[in-house]
Ligand binder design. Sequence first.
Ligand code: AMP
Length: 214
Amino acid sequence: MRLVLLGAPGSGKGTQADLLKAKYDCAHISTGDILRNNFQRKTELGLRAETFMNRGELVPDDVVIDMVEERLREDGVVKGFLMDGFPRTIPQADALDKMLGRMGSPLDAVLLIKIDDELVVRRLTNRRTCRSCGKILSLLTTPGMKNCPDCGGELYQRDDDSEPVIRNRLQVYKEQTEPLAAWYESKGLLRVVEVLEHFMPEDTFEGVKAALGL
Ligand code: AMP
C-alpha cells in the first residue's frame, strides 16, 4: 500500500499511520518526525528547519523534498509506505508524483482526515509525546498523566503545540495544504474520513479502513 495521509495538524495522521502500520506492514514516513529528529541531533538540516517549525511555518520545499527522496530510496520503502505530513504544498505533491513515476511506484490513494478547527485546538493543547518511545497520548483521555504507560518514559509537550502556534499552523494548512485535496481528487485518488468530537483513534480507524476498502 502506498498512501498519503492528508489532514490538518492534530487530525490524527500520525496515530492512524501507526494503526495502519501495525496491521499492514509498510514504512511510516513522517517529515515532522524526521525534522524533529534532525533538530535534536543538531544537524545542519535540523538547525535550518527549527525557526520555521517553532513559528508553525513550513520548511522550504527543496529541503523536505530531498529528505523524502532519500527516505524513499532506502531498501524496500517504495514498495509500501504511509506518508504522514508530506506533501504539504502543490510543488511538493508534484515532486512526489515525479519521484514515484521515476521509481515506477505510483500512489494507491490519498486519505483526507477531516476535522473541525476548535477540536484540533483542544486536542493539540492536550497532546503529549513520550520522550523514550515516541508514543502519542492525549490528556483529554488520561488527565494528569506524566509518564508513558508503555515504557515509563517522560511525557512532553511539543514546542509547536501552544495555542498561538497551533492557530498559525491551521492557517498555513488552509492556505497551502488544503488545495491538495482538490488536486488529488482530480486524479481520482482522494478518499475522505471525518473525525467527530467523541471519536477515539479506533473509531476513526474504522472509518479509515472503510474509506480505503481494507
Ligand atoms: P508535523 O509533525 O507533521 O505537524 O510537522 C511539524 C512541523 O514540521 C510543521 O509545522 C512544519 O514546520 C514542518 N514540516 C513537516 N512536514 C513538512 C513539509 N512536508 N513541508 C514543510 N514543512 C514541514
